[in-house]
Design a protein around this ligand. Structure first.
Ligand code: 4AD
Ligand code: MG
Length: 480
């Protein structure tokens, strides 16, 4: 069966032939014109129904959101708005709808707020907006695999259940099959994890990095791409408790190579979407422009969505050390006048998203890669620089988003790594296998993690991360 996208792409060959399509009714006007959509594209195909031929019985059962199978002749359209239409010869109703209840849903063809659409996440796929968002999300995922495949990386599937806290930030969701009413305890009253399913304390992974590093030591260039979980209680438009992360890890790469890879990678994926998702992007571009009009002038984006995507792929990202960034922030009007919620006081301060966005949106007006952060504010595995104070970390900051990628050159020197773990209270016994990689043929290497949803936010111009993942998981919310 051909999709509507296929049919519309080379309709000329099919003109005056009998074609069949299936899809859902988006609208049914004047008991005559059905706008049918099958999800393959933004576009609907118009079906012309002759009342005389089909009779009242069938026609009254064609309702918004019903699903139909239709065959008929493809002809050039008389009306404006579409190039072709199908003169229906056969109509089969595949799935009816219960119209009274439907009136309460987002399937009702009118404008619904994003909040209401979120409450009906199981139905929002059928709107133009979410069709576009999730087609773009799918294209991005495909482009990610394509980029790595072309560059000779191997896709490694890392575990979701783990015994280690890869980021050392203590934001883990526990995994257990204990009967919570009756948890086994040791003699001194502590929970006895040896009785648990895995015989130890386990959690959902916050990052596949440590596992993918071990694969890198054998396969050279690897990446993992899967769901990750964080029990951080940040109810923001940029955080999810379950999100997808892409994590490449490359043997022999230093920090600069790592930044080059991140920049090439982001540009490749964005270019892919520009080239392959035109209709969806044009729709999203228009939505974005309409949304800007609702905002006070000072908060409006300076560029349109497509314009912004094109400019990001054509300019080199600014590369700025943490130390330089702190100088810029310390001397900024915003900091001096107390405009930041978290004023920057001195070198060593952790950057908040307001600071990142100041650098990207106001100061540089460009994506920015910050590097060489103070070791205290970054994870234990990052490589210590010569200065003994900073680590070879890098964060890529994007306009409207803030941090989109976090990565580093890794500490490949066993003794320095052990010392760092000790200082940061990371359990060496738990990570004995990770330390083994530094004992046997350790190599300089680097990698990073991209938050998929943050990239989808950027590319689609949506403003809440809950609207770019099919079923968002956030504090106090795990419906569907
Ligand atoms: O900076 P993060 O915490 O880095 C790591 O986890 C490293 N192990 C990655 C690596 O080097 N292999 O997370 C990486 C990215 C962030 O830049 C952000 O885009 C995204 O993951 N991210 C989140 N996205 C949505 N919701 C959250 N709660 C996120 N936390 C991080
Ligand atoms: Mg980070």
């Amino acid at each position: 069966r051909r999709t509507i996208k296929d049919l519309l792409q080379d309709y000329k060959k099919q003109l005056h032939h009998e074609v069949s399509v299936s899809g859902w009714v988006r609208t049914f006007r004047s008991n005559r014109f059905i706008a049918l959509n099958d999800g393959s594209t933004m576009e609907n195909i118009q079906i012309v129904v002759d009342f005389e031929v089909f009779g009242e019985e069938l026609i009254k059962n064609i309702k918004t959101a019903s699903s139909l199978e239709i065959s008929g002749e493809l002809v050039e359209s008389q009306g404006a708005g579409q190039s072709v239409e199908i003169l229906a010869k056969k109509i089969k109703i595949l799935g009816d709808n219960f119209s009274e209840e439907m009136e309460k849903t987002v399937l009702q063809p009118k404008k619904h707020s994003l909040e209401i659409l979120r409450e009906q996440a199981h139905l929002r796929f059928r709107t133009n907006l979410f069709g576009a968002v999730f087609r773009v999300r799918s294209a991005i995922s495909f482009a990610i695999h394509q980029f790595f495949h072309q560059n000779h990386f191997f896709y490694i599937h890392t575990p979701l259940i783990t015994g280690a806290d890869a980021e050392g930030a203590g934001e883990m969701f526990r995994v257990t099959n204990f009967d919570l009413e009756n948890i086994p305890r040791t003699e001194n009253g502590e929970i006895d994890f040896s009785e648990d399913f895995f015989g130890k304390k386990t959690s959902l992974t916050v990052s596949g990095q440590l596992n993918v590093e071990t694969a890198m030591m054998g396969l050279g260039r690897v990446y993992t791409f899967g769901p990750t979980f964080r029990a951080e209680n940040s109810n923001t438009a940029r955080h999810l408790a379950e999100f997808w992360m892409v994590e490449p890890e490359v043997a022999f790469n230093n920090l600069e190579d790592n930044i080059d890879l991140a920049e090439d990678f982001l540009k490749f994926v964005i270019r892919y979407v520009l080239e392959n998702c035109r209709a969806d992007l044009e729709f999203l571009d228009k939505r974005f422009a309409d949304e800007q009009k609702q905002k006070p002038e000072k908060d409006r984006a300076k560029q349109g969505l497509i314009e912004k995507l094109e400019s990001v792929t054509s300019k080199r990202f600014r590369r700025v050390s943490y130390t330089e960034a702190i100088d810029i922030l310390l001397n900024s009007k915003e900091n001096k006048k107390g405009k930041f919620q978290f004023p920057i006081e001195s070198w060593g301060a952790d950057l908040q998203s307001e600071h990142e966005r100041f650098l990207v949106e106001k100061h540089f007006e460009s994506p920015v890669v910050l590097f060489d952060y103070p070791k205290e504010i970054k994870a234990f595995y990052m490589r210590l620089n010569e200065d003994g104070k900073t680590v070879a970390a890098m964060d890529v900051l994007f306009p409207g988003i803030g941090e989109i990628i976090g990565g580093s050159q890794r500490e490949e020197r066993l003794e320095i790594l052990q010392k760092k773990m000790h200082e940061m209270q990371v359990d060496e016994e738990e990570l004995w296998w990770y330390l083994d990689t530094r004992k046997f043929g350790s190599v300089p290497h680097s990698g990073f993690g991209l938050g998929l949803e943050r990239l989808v936010l950027f590319v689609t111009g949506m403003s809440n991360i809950r609207d770019v993942i099919p079923f968002p998981r956030t504090p106090k919310s795990a419906e569907f």
